[in-house]
Design a protein around this ligand. Structure first.
Ligand SMILES: N=C(N)NCCCC(=O)O
Ligand SMILES: [Mn+2]
Ligand SMILES: [Mn+2]
Length: 320
């Protein structure tokens, strides 16, 4: 009997055991459980779009990411990562936000992640609009202290206010920095581009000590050399990965609310996440998938794939 016959850990339901279009609609058709007890890593959904500033729809993101994730098989053919031979993973469902109150939802999310982290599980979050990263970082900093951040996005999301409000999907990293949740010498923002409210918008990030890598600096290049530098910068400290799907080019990921031209390619997205291997990754999220503009489902599938790749770089994942 091979080791594959006697799984010690939860396994995704296989595509030859149940048709891919059947079975549970959980992330990768993994078992679901009510909380993170006993888990090394937990997929969690946050069905929220009340922080969005343009077209909405990310409240439907977690469901669609789960649905499209049915195409993912357990073994990573490029990196040979075998996450389900290594870690106990499950889908723990959705955070019950208050869809009528964004500010209350921030508190609900922080408390939820505080409880989740008490089980020592690494959360991998299916968004949801980018507002959600702020309360997650609050819970992260309570456990780990200020964290390093690998942030992939078309936008810096460091607006001081939006429509006079401090809580919005364009503000999470401004709030996180003000609250000391980030180790600002270990923050890198990749893929920023487009039009700004002011010509010096991204300079605020640089003044904080963040490394800004614009989309233009990424065009036509492999990002492996960049990620070697990022690994050096991150060192051994805790690192959080926040991947806004709009960091990718809209030709790859059209299903999102605030589209910007000429973004990262999917191979570059994979290079970034795979380049985090060896780091002390303590959590990650994939945000801003908006299914109403995702006719093919490909945006959600790219999101599911990036979450799977985050799982593959968690500490303790074996390669076969
Ligand atoms: N998609 C995210 N997270 N942010 C968009 C921010 C749009 C803006 O600053 O105008
Ligand atoms: Mn964005
Ligand atoms: Mn964003």
């Amino acid at each position: 009997m091979s080791e594959h016959d006697t799984p010690r850990f939860n396994q995704p339901l296989g595509g030859n055991d149940m048709p891919r279009f059947g079975g549970p609609a959980s992330m990768m058709r993994l078992p679901m459980q009510a909380n993170a007890k006993g888990l090394d890593a937990a997929f969690v959904g946050i069905p929220m779009d009340i922080g969005t500033s343009n077209r909405p729809g990310t409240r439907l993101g977690p469901r669609q990411i789960r649905d499209e994730s049915r195409m993912l098989r357990p073994y990573n053919m490029a990196t040979r990562a075998a996450p389900f031979d290594s870690l106990q993973v499950a889908d723990i469902g959705d955070v019950p936000i208050n869809t009528f109150d964004l500010k209350k939802s921030v508190g609900i999310i922080e408390n939820y992640y505080h409880e989740l982290l008490s089980h020592d599980a690494v959360p991998l979050t299916l968004g949801g609009d980018h507002t959600l990263t702020w309360p997650i970082l609050r819970a992260m900093a309570r456990k780990h202290g200020p964290v390093g951040l690998i942030h992939i996005d078309a936008h810096a999301d460091i607006n001081e206010h939006m429509f006079g409000e401090e809580v919005a999907h364009g503000c999470p990293f401004r709030r996180a920095q003000e609250e000391g949740l980030l180790d600002s010498q270990r923050v890198v923002q990749i893929g920023l581009r487009g039009t700004g409210y002011a010509a010096d918008d991204f300079d605020w990030c640089r003044e904080q000590g963040f490394r800004v890598v614009t989309a233009e600096q990424c065009w036509h290049k492999s990002l492996e050399p960049l990620m070697a530098e990022v690994r050096e910068q991150m060192g051994d400290g805790p690192v959080y990965i926040s991947f806004d799907i709009d960091g990718l080019d809209p030709s790859v990921a059209p299903g999102t609310g605030t589209v910007e031209a000429a973004g990262l390619t999917m191979p570059q997205g994979l290079e970034i996440v795979r380049g985090a291997q060896g780091l002390n990754v303590v959590g990650g999220d994939l945000v801003e998938v908006a299914p109403p503009y995702d006719a093919s489902g490909n945006t959600a599938l790219m999101g599911a794939t990036l979450l799977y790749e985050m799982l593959c770089v968690l500490p303790g994942v074996k390669r076969r």
